[in-house]
Design a protein around this ligand. Structure first.
Ligand code: CA
Length: 225
């Protein structure tokens, strides 16, 4: 379970990372709102612990932008302030839970555990992008009435591209997320699956293509009207 910690007070950020690591999570910290948003968008994290008051864009804006992009990663917001206005604004902006600083380690762990379970239970039936639909239960990819079935890894790669919308997904992120600890996998494995998916997109006559951005990665682009 990977947790992203976005907190500008470095001592506190490091303490949270330590608490989470001791609790069995993999935790990474970043120290401002913009870095928080781009890390959150990597798709690598299962839960985000997000401070409200941050340099750059604040925590409310980070979660607002994620939700606007359709990203449902659970967010636990942290703030030093105790006003209920902040709590309401935090939950309105799309945060899932709220915790006031200072807090005790067991409380943080309990809340992050609860959120990580909740994420696992989120049931979505399908994802869509431009003219394509991906059925999350059957792993069928469709365009109009044409359908093709995706294998396990093809599905993982395609769902990651679709959940990133038109943003670039790096080969390394695909490798980490889809192949995980499989030491035999390499960037060639990613290229092979991208090639399979391109053939399947052509087969269902979708106007969506997977474009390669040299040195950066891949993204979905729609070449329709
Ligand atoms: Ca802060």
């Amino acid at each position: 379970m990977n947790v992203l910690v976005v907190e500008d007070e470095r001592n506190l950020a490091d303490a949270i990372v330590r608490i989470l690591s001791d609790g069995g999570f993999n935790a990474d910290a970043v120290y401002d709102g913009n870095a928080g948003l781009s890390s959150a968008r990597s798709g690598l994290y299962d839960v985000i612990v997000l401070d409200v008051m941050l340099p750059g864009i604040d925590g409310f804006e980070v979660v607002h932008q994620l939700r606007r992009d359709g990203d449902s990663t659970p967010v636990l917001m942290l703030t030093a302030r105790t006003s209920t206005t902040d709590k309401v604004e935090g939950l309105d902006s799309g945060a899932d839970d709220y915790m006031t600083k200072p807090f005790e380690a067991p409380e943080l762990l309990a809340r992050v555990r609860a959120l990580s379970r909740r994420h696992g239970e989120v049931v979505l039936d399908e994802m869509t992008f431009a003219d394509i639909r991906l059925d999350l239960t059957t792993h069928d990819l469709s365009c109009d009435d044409r359908t093709v079935h995706l294998s396990g890894k093809e599905f993982d790669v395609m769902s990651m591209l679709m959940s990133s919308s038109s943003r670039v997904v790096s080969k390394q992120d695909l490798l980490t997320r889809v192949w995980g600890a499989d030491a035999d996998a390499s960037e060639n494995s990613v290229e092979a699956y991208i090639s399979f998916l391109r053939k399947k997109l052509a087969h269902i006559e979708s106007k969506v293509q997977i474009t390669t951005l040299r040195m950066l990665g891949y993204r979905l682009e729609y070449f329709g009207d």
